[in-house]
Design a binder for this molecule. Sequence first.
Ligand code: 4AD
Ligand code: MG
Length: 477
Amino acid sequence: MNSYSIKELLNKQPIGDNVEINGWVKTFRSNRFIALNDGSTIHNLQCVVDFENFDDNLLKQISTGAALKISGTLVESQGKGQSIEIQATNVFVHGTADPETYPIQPKKHSLEFLREKAHLRVRTNTFSAVMRVRSALAFAIHSYFQQNGFYYMHAPIVTGSDAEGAGEMFRVSTLDTKNPPLDENGEVDYSQDFFGKETNLTVSGQLEAETYAMGLGKVYTFGPTFRAENSNTSRHLAEFWMIEPEMAFYDLDANMDLTEDFIKWTIQYVLDNCQDDLEFLEKRLLDEEKSKPQIERSEMPLIEKLKFIVENNFKRVTYTEAIDILKNSKPNKKKKFKFPINEWGADLQSEHERFLVEKHFKCPVILFDYPAKIKAFYMRLNEDGKTVRAMDVLFPGIGEIVGGSQREERLDVLQQKIKELNIDEKELWWYLDLRRFGTAVHSGFGLGFERLVQFATGMGNIRDVIPYPRTPQNAEF
Ligand code: 4AD
Ligand code: MG
C-alpha cells in the first residue's frame, strides 16, 4: 500500500494500484461520494464508499471537516469533474467534525466571517490557495537572491533605533507598567529596563542591513517588521513581513533595475508554479466582480494581469513630473481628490498613486527623486539640494509596494541632516561609522511581502493574505 498526497496521486495517476490518502472531508453527497482534500493542492479527490459494506457507525461520522484516512483502489472516474477516484476498501476516522458546530460548511462564507475563524479558514479553497501562493512567493524571493549573489542576513527584531524616523514603534520593556522606576526628572528610567535603554520592535532592518552590505557586498533581509500606526486600511498591518535587499556600489538606477527584475522574476515563478491556485483565484475574482458595479470592476483577469507585469517595463517618472500630471489631472481640477494637489512638495496619498498607475500610465510606475522633506533621513541628497534619491514602486490595485533609495554615503551631509531633524547622533554612532570607514555609494529597497501576495492572488484585503493578521484592536489567535 502506498500513501500519497492528493497532488502526487493526481500527477502520477497509478490506475489499478492500492493507495492510501489522508485528508479532510470537503463534501459528502448521496451517502456515497466523499470529496477529500489534504491541502497539497486545490483539487479534491473523490472517494466512493459503499457504506453497506462497512460498520453501521461509520456513516454517522462522515461530515464536512472530518479527518479521514481512506484506502482502496485507484480507478478512472465514471463521474464528471474528476479523472480519477478511489474505490474505498477501508475508511479510518481520525476525527469527526460536528455539523452543528463546525463553522466551515460547504457554502460561500464571507471573508469577514472567515477572519473570525482564522484558525480554520485555511481549510477553505480560497485560503488554502492564497497560502500556497504565499509560500511559493517566499521561496521565489529566496531563490532569486541566492541565485544572484546575495547573502541572507538576519536583522534584529528588538532594536534601539527608529530606522524610518516615523516614531510608530512598539515598545519592548520588562518594567512594571504600574510602577516604573523614575529618574530625577520624573521620567521613566529605561536604564533600569531589560536592555538598559529604550528598545522597540523593529520597523525595518535596513540600517543593520546597510552595515552588512558594506562588508558582504549584497545582502537581503526577509523578516517580520512592526508598525504601531493606527491605520485601519486594506493595505496596512501592524506586523508584516518585509524583504530588504541592500547593495554596496549600487546607485539609484541600478537599484531600480534590480527592483524591477526581482519583482518580475518572483511573479513569473508563481505563474510557472502555482497555475492551479491562480486559476482558482482568478475564477473567484471573476465571480466576485459580477456582483460589483461596472466601474469598480478590474480590467484584466488575474493571470493576464500578472503576465502584463512580467512583460511590460515599469514606467520611471520623477516626483516633479508626477506632480505636474496630478496638478493638471481631471480629478484634481474637478476637486475629486480628498487631498488636492496644489504645489510641489505635497506628500502623495494613495488616491494620487492609484490615479497615476491605474488611470494615467496604466502600468506599474517607479516614482523617484522625491522632495527631501517628505522622505527619511538616510536618503542621498541630489545636487539641487531639495530632492533625494528615493524611489517608490506603485502597483495597480495596491499603490506603494516598494520603497527604496540610494543612501547618503557622505558623512558631513548625513550629520547635517541628522542635526536638522533633531535626531540624537549618539544613537546612530555605528551607522555614521559606515561613513567614516570605507564609505561608498550604496542602495536598497523594502518590499512589503503581504502587498506582493495581495497582488499575486488578487485579494482585496491584506488581512486575508497573512495567517494571523495583527491590526489595531486585533491580536486574536
Ligand atoms: O516604504 P517603507 O516604510 O520603507 C522602509 O521601511 C525602508 N527602510 C525600506 C528600505 O529601503 N530598505 O516600507 C517598505 C514597504 C512599503 O513599500 C510597503 O510595501 C510595505 O513595506 N509596508 C507595509 N506593508 C504592510 N503594512 C504596513 N503597515 C506597511 N508599511 C510599509
Ligand atoms: Mg514608503
